[in-house]
Design a protein around this ligand. Sequence first.
Ligand code: NAD
Ligand code: TDX
Length: 356
Amino acid sequence: MSILSKRVILTGGAGFIGGNLVRHMLRAGYHVLNLDKLTYAGNLNSLADCKGHPNYSFRQVDICDVEALASAFQDFRPSAVMHLAAESHVDRSIDSPDTFIRTNVLGTYQLLHQARLYWSSLPEDQKSCFRFLHVSTDEVYGSLGGEGLFSEESRYDPHSPYSASKASSDHLVRAWSSTYHLPVLITNCSNNYGPYQFPEKLVPLVILRATRGETIPVYGQGLNVRDWLHVSDHCFALQTVLEHGECGETYNIGGNNELKNIEVVQTLCDILDRTYPAKNGESYKSLIRFVQDRPGHDLRYAIDSSKIRTKLGWQPEWSLSSGFQQTVEWYLSNKSWWESILNGNYRLDRLGVGGK
Ligand code: NAD
Ligand code: TDX
């Protein structure tokens, strides 16, 4: 990809991974048009430092809005799309699956359709360089037992409305590759953590509830396992796949950092005990409570990321201990960012306990 063609439409850029990726791609010399609907999870405060950057622009766009998408493609003339816009929280998908189907399935369809119309109109040299990178999740593969890893060949077996909607979107992207030869790439990544994550997710939820002296809810017995990756390592992986991935291929991304949820919570409490000791002198672990399990809770996710490591040379830079430490410190020093969220509708409450 030549420097002149580094023009990316990035959807969902006001979210957690999207915001980190906007910053990452600007640093890598790209022009970025961020298309985001600004749902509860979209937050332009996360991009305050990008405002005014000569290579950055933003449009408040719903990816289901055909006209808005069409004019974004025509006006910006991208050389690539990085598609992250989605409803992303499993617990919310249990309460209200409809928005997940709308955005993740229908929205991805509309984006693919508009991308294809635009791509078809390009001259041959630009057409062959164009890429549509679809950012997806390891949750499409379902749940592992005690052994084994998800590879790119693993069977799809999604269990939550969220993962089923992401699986559907992956299938649509593959269909656009097979049927229309749209040059697509798909990534399936494990659990991300790091700065700017909306506090409904486990890591920020634990940090914020603990420092506010509130109980820390651990679903079931806390024995479910997730594979954790720092968001900046995910961003590097996405740039790597965009620039060097083979069209039509899928790349799994993971950190080889498997932890039981209870271990995640205890590790975060240990870091907080050292970094921000509780005023009553007790360990934050005294706030841990085992609560009703998530319905359909997948037991274990673990990623075999050898394909992206061996074929594209990517590897994560953050260790779990340094990444968790940095994340705790970020939330402690960016109180105004999360306070403005908690002054809205979301107050760190339990979500997804059975559907409405
Ligand atoms: P997030 O919820 O923090 O952000 C999602 C963003 O998408 C928000 O800015 C929101 O406003 C925007 N959005 C939602 N609906 C939209 C619509 N209809 N039109 C335009 N914008 C819309 O999510 P995240 O954690 O940053 O995840 C980003 C992507 O990465 C998602 O596709 C998710 O499935 C995938 N992913 C996330 C993780 C993770 O651990 N967070 C892991 C693997 C894959
Ligand atoms: O309060 C909690 N207590 C708890 O025990 C919360 C919010 C979660 N959990 C458990 C459920 C999961 O096993 O912690 C684990 C992590 O939960 P989440 O942070 O909600 O993430 P998860 O459901 O694993 O999904 C995440 O990783 C894959 C992202 O939200 C998805 O967008 C991504 O695709």
